[in-house]
Write a protein that binds this ligand. Structure first.
Ligand code: IMP
Length: 197
């Protein structure tokens, strides 16, 4: 079985991706499995750049084929912000609640509520990079709704649905979400790679 590293320290993300990629016949390892205990730098100005930086970091330093993901919320009226700063929009160490508060304050009295979540997965196989993108369009509500999920889920209403990401079941969110779509593309690519052999 070919080994493939998922550049994350998060065991929940790792468990989820292992289930999704089970049928590809790649053995999915986490950063801890390869002795990478350091934080990987994410210093690029774009989501694509950060995803790329993480997977090349592992490939170059540890010598493993690798993939990584990076996600951001892009709000049209805020010129694409918080974007690459989504995790730390209200400052270094900000909580999800702090970030939501900042977005809602900035969106106060703004009529254009259009926003999208974007996930980019960067896969580096034998030094060559492939990227897979997942986008879900929607709008930013004026107040929070729902208790599930994480991050900006309570204020994000995906287009065509009447439940926020924090109100819908995790199963439904996984199917329609940015991350779900990008992961599906990765799955299809890896499945095809195996068939080519
Ligand atoms: P990451 O690249 O997956 O670490 O995501 C960066 C940040 O984007 C997170 O800290 C969250 O604030 C936000 N985010 C990513 N995915 C989601 C999601 O599915 N729902 C809500 N917020 C998200």
């Amino acid at each position: 079985m070919k080994k493939l590293v998922f550049a994350t320290h998060n065991i929940h993300k790792l468990r989820e991706i292992r289930q999704i990629l089970e049928k590809t016949n790649f053995e999915i390892l986490g950063l801890n499995d390869i002795g990478c205990l350091e934080e990987i730098p994410e210093t690029q100005p774009t989501i694509e750049g950060n995803a790329s930086q993480k997977s090349f970091f592992v490939y170059d330093k540890y010598g493993f084929n690798c993939f990584s993901d990076d996600t951001g919320l892009e709000i049209e009226a805020l010129n694409g912000k918080p974007g690459v700063f989504s995790a730390r929009y209200a400052g270094e160490g900000a909580s999800f609640a702090d970030n939501i508060r900042k977005v809602l304050a900035e969106m106060n009295e703004i009529e254009n509520r259009k926003a999208k979540f974007k996930t980019v997965i960067s896969l580096v196989l034998d030094g060559k990079e492939f990227q897979f993108e997942g986008i879900v369009e929607g709008e930013i509500l004026t107040f929070e709704r729902g208790n599930d999920g994480f991050g900006y889920d309570p204020i994000f209403l995906p287009k065509g649905f009447d439940q926020t990401f924090a109100e819908m079941s995790p199963q439904l969110k996984n199917i329609i979400s940015h991350r779900g779509m990008a992961t599906k593309k990765l799955f299809e690519f890896l499945t095809q790679k195996i068939c080519e052999k």
